[in-house]
Design a protein around this ligand. Structure first.
Ligand SMILES: [Zn+2]
Length: 185
């Protein structure tokens, strides 16, 4: 009730009030993120974006192009995990890019501390993406959550997988995450 009074936006589908900006759809109605995700363009966007926690969204390179949606879900920071990936909106979000390839021999763990700090220090929501949102960016998110939540690798991996079913870090990254687990526990 208090929440309703403080909320400015009413979804035209479910009628719920929200503090987050609504999304304008091609049907000329404004909807909340939940409705939009269910009702509109779901097949594409479930791959472009998955909400992992209130703070962290995980996705692919297409997701970063969607400035309006990123703004609508209040993304403030973007962590780009990849060498050849473009930064599309440098004036709209706070970016960090790390140059790792999706290769089993790549030492992604040397970036765990700086990516942890970037996500942890972000006073907003963070979109973490690589090219496909399958191997590199999930690895970074798993490493972050293990340390942040003080939970074991297998538990965090299962949790992230439940939010983003296509995620699958390569074997080299999995080994580095297990090594990281030994280091922080
Ligand atoms: Zn709604």
């Amino acid at each position: 009730m208090e929440k309703t009074q403080n909320s400015n936006y009413q979804c035209q589908l479910c009628s719920k009030f929200s503090e987050e900006e609504l999304i304008s759809t091609n049907l000329n109605i404004q909807v909340c993120y939940d409705c939009w995700f269910v009702e509109f363009d779901c097949s594409f966007l479930s791959q472009a974006f998955d909400k992992i926690t209130d703070k962290i969204y995980l996705g692919n390179a297409e997701g970063q192009k969607k400035k309006q949606l990123l703004k609508a879900i209040r993304i403030t920071h973007i962590l780009v995990v990849g060498k050849d990936l473009k930064i599309h909106h440098p004036n709209d979000f706070i970016y960090k890019q790390i140059h790792v390839e999706d290769d089993e021999t790549e030492i992604i763990s040397e970036y765990f501390e700086e990516t942890y700090n970037f996500i942890e220090n972000a006073n907003g929501k963070v979109f973490v993406h690589c090219l496909g949102g399958v191997s590199r960016s999930p690895t970074i998110v798993i490493a972050f959550l293990m340390k942040k939540e003080k939970k074991r690798f297998e538990e965090i991996k299962k949790f992230v997988k439940s939010k983003r079913i296509h995620m699958s870090p390569n074997d080299g990254f999995l080994a580095q995450l297990k090594e990281y687990e030994r280091k922080i526990f």
